[in-house]
Design a protein around this ligand. Structure first.
Ligand SMILES: Cc1cc2nc3c(=O)[nH]c(=O)nc-3n(C[C@H](O)[C@H](O)[C@H](O)COP(=O)(O)OP(=O)(O)OC[C@H]3O[C@@H](n4cnc5c(N)ncnc54)[C@H](O)[C@@H]3O)c2cc1C
Length: 394
């Protein structure tokens, strides 16, 4: 398994390997056997989710990415990314949340002393979940330039109006982190973040039916009044907080993509070993071997880029310019992999007997979420063309 190239001392590397092995064995022994049941029931039941959450808590695998002083375990980015990758071999939609809080609740880390017991601590303890609401019906890639949701100060309150689209995890969340324009005309510096209870007056939620298991929501805000104390960070700081968190989340997202594709490859390899045609297992045919080899290469390249980047960030080295490259490499390498695996599995890959068809749909969607591959390519080219910024070679 890959270990970050630059940061860990040997003992860090050993700890990282042990953590990876532990998570992998939980996935193999405890989660994958439940997959057929979860798929048959159309998702993870609340009861089973609670049981699994208790299990990972008992193993002390809780809030790995939250700093120790905030009640978490303070693991570095490489370790939390590796946990994300391992968990992604299992196709349950929600088991990741208790281990890695930062999935949707990452910017809550910026709560002040008064906000912490109300908002952050219950999330760290696993009692509550939070969703992140930036995208709107008219503003996806151009999230700030076309943002229409506003927050207007009225006495001791802010009054929010607008709507947010594709808000993941809304159904399980009690809290929404809503980005809204507080200072029109100031671009990113005019956007602030508000902590809005999902059941606050003026909040309406409608779930979307997409081709993936995840059912994000459209959230409508009509004269939704929240106290001034529910602003996260300072006025105009919302996008800066979100960007810092999105940086890590894009790496977690890349790890998820690689984990899902790894699972697809394992399914395809197992099938290629045993499926016989014209007197031989198909795995003995070069056409199939090349698809397996090309997939293994794609995943190796994606992992190498990913863990080089997390290793540099953990070591305090500049790596921001590598993040869009990692995201594109992981998304597209994983997509090529699942497409080949689908081909190797033949008709079985299309059936709902295996999780392959779900992985196929999910990995396809990941080229769009957390910034589309076009937007990430645009950023890479802009850095080079305008600022002569290239990722460092060593
Ligand atoms: C399943 C799912 C979960 C999500 N979860 C969340 C969430 O929890 N919170 C949240 O706030 N958002 C969430 N999103 C929103 C997600 O971040 C956006 O969908 C994404 O940023 C793309 O925006 P868009 O869909 O509006 O596409 P658009 O921005 O409308 O883009 C449409 C197409 O145009 C291309 N394009 C746009 N601008 C350019 C350009 N300058 N150059 C070249 N091509 C361009 C895009 O690459 C894309 O191909 C989620 C989306 C999905 C599908």
């Amino acid at each position: 398994m890959p270990i970050a190239a630059s940061s860990p001392t040997p003992s860090d590397a050993e700890e990282l390997r042990a953590l990876r092995d532990l998570v992998r064995s939980i996935v193999d022994r405890e989660l994958l056997p439940l997959e057929p049941q979860v798929r048959a029931e159309g998702g993870l039941s609340a009861e089973l989710r609670l049981t699994l959450e208790e299990r990972v808590r008992a193993l002390d695998l809780w809030a790995l990415d939250v700093p120790e002083e905030l009640g978490g375990q303070g693991l570095g980015l490489t370790a939390t990314t590796a946990v994300n990758e391992e968990l992604a071999r299992c196709t349950f939609p929600t088991i990741r949340a208790p281990l890695i809080i930062g999935g949707a609740a990452g910017i809550l880390i910026n709560c002040n002393e008064q906000q912490r017991p109300l908002y952050l601590d219950p999330v760290v303890r696993g009692e509550r979940h939070a969703a992140f609401a930036l995208t709107e019906p008219d503003s996806g890639s151009d999230a700030v330039g076309l943002m229409r949701t506003t927050a207007v100060r009225d006495g001791d309150d802010w009054v929010l109006n607008g709507s947010k689209l594709y808000v993941s995890n809304t159904s399980m969340s009690d809290l929404l982190q809503v980005m809204a324009v507080t200072d029109p005309g100031r671009g990113a510096a005019g956007v602030s973040c508000f902590l809005v209870p999902r059941d606050a007056p003026g909040v309406e939620v409608s779930y979307l039916d997409l081709m993936i298991p995840e059912k994000p929501a459209e959230v409508f805000l009509a004269d939704c009044r929240v106290p001034a104390s529910s602003m996260l960070g300072e006025q105009g700081e919302g996008m800066a907080l979100a960007q810092a968190w999105l940086r890590n989340n894009r790496l977690f997202h890349s790890a998820k993509c690689i984990g899902r594709a790894q699972r697809a490859l394992e399914l395809a390899v197992e099938f290629a070993r045993t499926r016989v045609s014209f007197g031989k297992p198909i795995g003995e045919r070069q056409a199939i071997q090349f698809m397996i080899a090309d997939s293994a290469i794609d995943l190796h390249v994606a992992r190498t880029a990913l863990y080089r980047c997390t290793g540099r960030i953990d070591a305090g080295l500049p790596a921001g310019d590598e993040i869009p490259m990692v995201k594109v490499t992981a998304n597209e390498g994983a997509w090529r992999t699942v497409d080949r695996c689908m081909q190797i599995l033949g008709g079985l890959g299309l059936s709902r007997e295996l999780p392959m068809e779900q992985i196929f749909r999910e990995v396809r969607s990941m080229r769009i979420t957390e910034g589309t591959t076009e937007i990430h390519r645009w950023r890479i080219a802009r850095n080079i063309l305008k600022e002569d910024r290239w990722p460092s070679v060593v």
